[in-house]
Design a binder for this molecule. Sequence first.
Ligand code: PRP
Length: 174
Amino acid sequence: MPPLKRILSQARIRRRVRELAAQLRADYGEQRPVLVGCLKGAFVFLADLVRQVGVPLQVDFIMVSSYGMGTTSKGEITVLKDVTTDLTGRHVVFVDDIIDSGLTLQRVREHLLSRGPASVRVCALLARERVLAEGAAIDYLGFPVPEGFVVGYGIDYAEDYRQLPDIYVLEGEG
Ligand code: PRP
């Protein structure tokens, strides 16, 4: 296993999640938004977030696989598990653990918008500084992160490390 360097402690994550939850509470009030978590990585973040929001909300999940830009499928995604909630007229918040290239965000947003919601906003725990500099529309952001393989708090490397309470970068990778 490559060595891990801790970049975000669980205490720091907890504080930031509480702040994001307070923003959601202020913005949505009693509108009962649908928080759509992106499997698998967002499961820890979403679980912590929803318990801090403190207003009525609904939870659903989506699971996609992406092929990446520049491959045969030119940046398309496949929906492996779709939301089951009727999103017509609903306020939707897409919740993801990390926005890396931005492809998943872009395609899932299009997918969710095609369901006729009243609004779609994005809540990401982490986003690459590069993607933020390109102007990615992330309404609620936990932390910007530099390049490097990030693991922990739901995020994996070859399906390992999701269970770690802190967030690390794998040294000597990526
Ligand atoms: C990760 C992450 C995002 C996506 C971001 O998921 O959870 O959903 O990649 O990458 P992008 O911005 O380049 O599209 P992954 O495909 O690793 O699946 P997982 O959540 O099951 O680990």
